[in-house]
Structure formats: C-alpha cells, structure tokens
Write a new protein. Structure first.
Length: 286
C-alpha cells in the first residue's frame, strides 16, 4: 500500500461539506511505476499515487468528479491518466502532455479517452519553457476540437508571456493562480497582469496551489484567490493538486477543502466554483 493511499484512508474528513457534483479540477495519478513507467528524462521521481489512492482521497473529501492532469514525470506517455479515466469515465476527464509525434489519430484516441486539453510547462525548475514551434503546432492541431491549453507558469513570467497568451486562439487555463509570489502583494505587476488575463472570455484560472504560494493555514493565498474569483466568477476552477509533487511539507487535502469557505461568499459562488464551471469546461453531465 502506498503512503498516498494510507493517508487518504486515515486522515480526517473536511468540516465543509462539498456540494453534489463537486469537481477536483487539478489532480494527478502517478504510476504505479511498475505498470506505467516514469519518463526517462524526468526532473523528479514521485512516489506512486495510483488511481486507487485518488479515489480514496475523493471518497474522504466528498468529491464526485475529477480532472486528471498529466504531470511532467510521465512525459508524453499518458497511459496512467487514460487508464484512470477509463476506470470512471463518467466522473473523470483528463489533460494530456503531447508533442510533435502525435498525429490526428493520436489526438482522436485521447479525445475518445476523455482528454479535453493539453498542458505545457513553463516553470523553470521543471525544465522551463517548451519549444515554441512545437507549442504552436500543437495549438493548431487542437483548435477545431473544442479543447483548451493549460499553462503552468512561474509568477515572474506572467508579464513577459502575456502578449503570447493573449494571442492564443483557443481557451486557456492558468494553473495554481500563476504561482505568484504572495510576499509581493496583490498590487504586484505579475498579479495585476494575471487579473487582466482572467477577464478575457477565453481565460480560465485555477485557484488551487494555495499550499505552493503560502503555508498552512494559507492566509497569504486567500486575497489572491478571492481577487481572481471576483474577476472571473464563471471561469474559475478549484483543485487539490493531489499528491502535491515537489512539495516538502505534507498537506492534508481536508484543509484545502475547508479553505474554500474563506475563498468564496455564499452557496451560489461555491457551486459555480466547484460544480458548474468545471462541468461546463469539461463536459460533465448536468
């Protein structure tokens, strides 16, 4: 039994009861490595956190739906993610990592498997910006599919990348509140640029990653998340980021669920964040 599965079965349940149809719009499955090997050129090797651990977590938290985001440690081998979706096809969707080797048939197989977007990493400690020629060719391939592109950025890169992001011809989702430096405050240029981006009709933002930009009880993250939700209440998503790769301090996801009450005001706002918005973007049944 992996530690991820043990934690999911032994930790507390959240105090906040999530609404029916709540979605974890950013989570991962890792391995098991013996079945789904990690990429040879990976920048980190996680502990296995297979689909059973994810399901146990969601059972504990009261989450019914999930978007499984391909992580860089698996590279462009999306099999672990696709296997998890096939296990619960009505409840799971996916975001893939792809490159130039994927032809139209490969994209169609991903679509048939529940994938609704592709992810590109720009974060320096995970390898930095992708080959932009490959990036642009992939964007051209997904334009007619109704897919979106997920952008994993460092806060310091939001301003330099804003012009490119604004020119994207597809919907785009920014991970982890742009990984902004909370010590610089909400008036910092990077966050102000992010607020301008989220006002665009094709921009979605995830108010997950509070544990990446602040420490428990995540006070520093709250004003940033609230500002993003206020700027774009109908295109904001929430997720756990389970199992929190590359994070040194352990995280109890029940704390992240309870944090939702501090990020939003009222049942309607919480339902949009947790149910309605992800259902619209990922095609979950009403």
């Amino acid at each position: 039994m992996t530690s991820a599965l043990t934690a999911s079965e032994t930790r507390r349940k959240p105090d906040f009861i999530l609404p029916a149809g709540a979605c974890d719009a950013h989570c991962h499955v890792f391995g098991p490595g013996a079945v789904f090997p990690y990429a040879p050129g990976r920048s980190y090797t996680p502990e296995d956190a297979p689909k059973e651990a994810l399901a146990a977590l969601h059972d504990r938290l009261g989450i019914e739906r999930a978007v499984i985001v391909q992580a860089s440690c698996h590279g462009t081998d999306n099999r672990a993610m696709l296997d998890a979706i096939a296990w619960r096809p009505d409840r799971y969707r996916g975001v893939a990592i792809v490159d130039d080797s994927f032809d139209d048939q490969a994209f169609q197989r991903l679509d048939d498997g529940g994938v609704r977007g592709v992810r590109f990493n720009f974060v320096r400690h995970l390898g930095g910006a992708p080959d932009m020629d490959v990036f642009n060719r992939v964007i051209d391939r997904i334009k007619g599919r109704g897919w979106h592109v997920v952008l994993h950025l460092d806060g310091a890169d939001i301003v330099p990348l804003s012009e490119m992001i604004r020119s994207l011809p597809v919907p785009f989702v920014i991970d982890h509140m742009g990984r902004v430096d909370t010590s610089l405050g909400t008036e910092q240029p990077a966050f102000q640029a992010l607020l301008e981006l989220v006002k665009r009709e094709n921009c979605w933002i995830k108010v997950c990653g509070s544990e990446r930009i602040s420490r428990f009880p995540f006070d520093a993250a709250v004003p940033f998340a609230r500002a993003l939700i206020e700027a774009s209440p109908d295109r904001t998503l929430w997720g756990t980021d389970f199992p929190h790769p590359n994070l040194k301090e352990p995280v109890d996801e029940a704390d992240l669920v309870d944090l939702v009450v501090r990020l939003t005001d009222g049942e309607g706002a919480r339902r949009r964040l947790l149910v309605d918005n992800p259902a619209r973007l990922y095609g979950f049944a009403a």
